[in-house]
Design a protein around this ligand. Structure first.
Ligand SMILES: [Fe+2]
Ligand SMILES: [Fe+2]
Length: 174
């Protein structure tokens, strides 16, 4: 799989998981918890391979100010999803009314971001990076992704421990 095919396949998977999550109700405690864990691991692996491998290759090959703009906007969207919206959702009681709204905001943010990558960044990357480079990047990304996915459940345990030693979540997140 070349780099773009791999990233698109990830997008499809995360879109599907987020669709399932936003279709649940506050009674589906177990399903919500399981889906959320899968989404967190997938999103984390996906944004990491983009930031470590794909985006730097894109930036290096690009040269126009539009390419730089696209690069920085993408990073900010990762930050909004991964550092702000997702941690909020992880700290929200899955049986609460707020959870559904927050899950929807995450879904909208990811859909917007993945849509922009697919419509703007990936076509431009195809122009900038040749077939061979896209294949080579895809292989490196696949390898790195497997490593990250294998580490995912252990990281989740660590996060849960951190959250439990920090005491209850702030009121706004309950
Ligand atoms: Fe991205
Ligand atoms: Fe992406």
């Amino acid at each position: 799989m070349n780099a773009i095919e791999l990233l698109k396949a990830d997008h499809e998977k995360v879109r599907r998981l987020l669709g399932e999550l936003t279709d649940t109700t506050s009674r589906a405690e177990k399903t919500r918890t399981q889906l959320l864990e899968k989404i967190r691991i997938e999103l984390d692996a996906h944004t990491t391979i983009e930031e470590e491998i794909f985006y730097p290759a894109f930036r290096e090959a690009g040269g126009k100010s539009d390419d730089e703009e696209m690069y920085f906007e993408a990073l900010e969207e990762h930050r909004a999803a991964g550092d702000l919206v997702l941690p909020d959702l992880l700290a929200t009681d899955v049986t609460s009314e707020k959870f559904g709204g927050r899950a929807k905001v995450l879904k909208e943010l990811i859909e917007h971001h993945a849509g922009e990558e697919e419509k703007e960044m990936f076509p431009r990357a195809r122009e900038l990076l040749g077939r061979e480079q896209l294949e080579a990047l895809g292989m490196r990304m696949e390898e790195r992704k497997q490593e990250l996915l294998a580490a995912g459940p252990a990281m989740m345990e660590q996060l849960k421990k951190q959250l439990s030693t920090q005491g209850p979540a702030p009121r706004s997140l309950q």
